[in-house]
Write a protein that binds this ligand. Sequence first.
Ligand SMILES: [Zn+2]
Length: 290
Amino acid sequence: MTRFAPSPTGFLHLGHVASAAFVFGIGRAIGARILLRIEDHDRGRSRAEFEDAARRDLAWLGFEADATSRQSDDWGYYEAELERLGKTAHVYACDCTRKRIQEGGGGDGGELRYDGRCRARHLPYAAGVGLRVVTPAGVQSFVDGRLGELSQDPARQCGDLLLKDRDGNYTYQFAVTADDRREGVNLVVRGQDLTASTGRQIWLGQVLGRTEAARFYHHPLIKDPSGQKLGKRFFSESVASRRERGERPEDLLGEALEAVGVLAAVRPVTARELPALFQDDPFVREVTRG
Ligand SMILES: [Zn+2]
């Protein structure tokens, strides 16, 4: 099982189209089931209208998932997982602001790193207080399906992982790790900007009882001609508005695939053609050979 997991905090743009193309292209090429997961763990920013638009956009583009889930359908699951985690790991309350954490200095890869200040403060858990888990030092090594062997030490990158933020939202790191385990996701295909999160998710998954880590494939991001990640201007036109303007889905797909280097030149591509485009990918060949 693999998954495409948009957050309904805005309209889908061409970057999402490229990401979905990798998930569905690789997933279908290796015969995996595909889950559409709506990641609305951030209750303050998620909107039903964005979820509705994402579902319409994906259907229009021809991306048909085998199953769907939505995080907000079952908050009780995360609460229970958090409680279970607290029995085997040291979960503690933290009221530090972002500004306070910044003063503690940065971590590996220029990330914001939490220095563990509240570990021994024994704060009561209450409104306006977050929850963290002690993240022990240790290197997580894994083989990325595209980037090869990687090693990360979450304690040096980000420090004790935040599980629930001060607004009471389950965090991305905690929610997706819990979801991937529950939903039987054993292949994660996602953008390269999330590569640094992998080691911590493998570690947390183990603590939550995963016996075998998922495999990971981090795809390239859309670049502009000078090689920089494209900014807001390129992404400002949503899939929804292009759809409503009468553009064709195969043209958006072709444009997205060219922008991430899957196609050498823009041409129309339908979702049905995607598996063939990925069949020579070294990761797909490795998986299908066996
Ligand atoms: Zn703190």
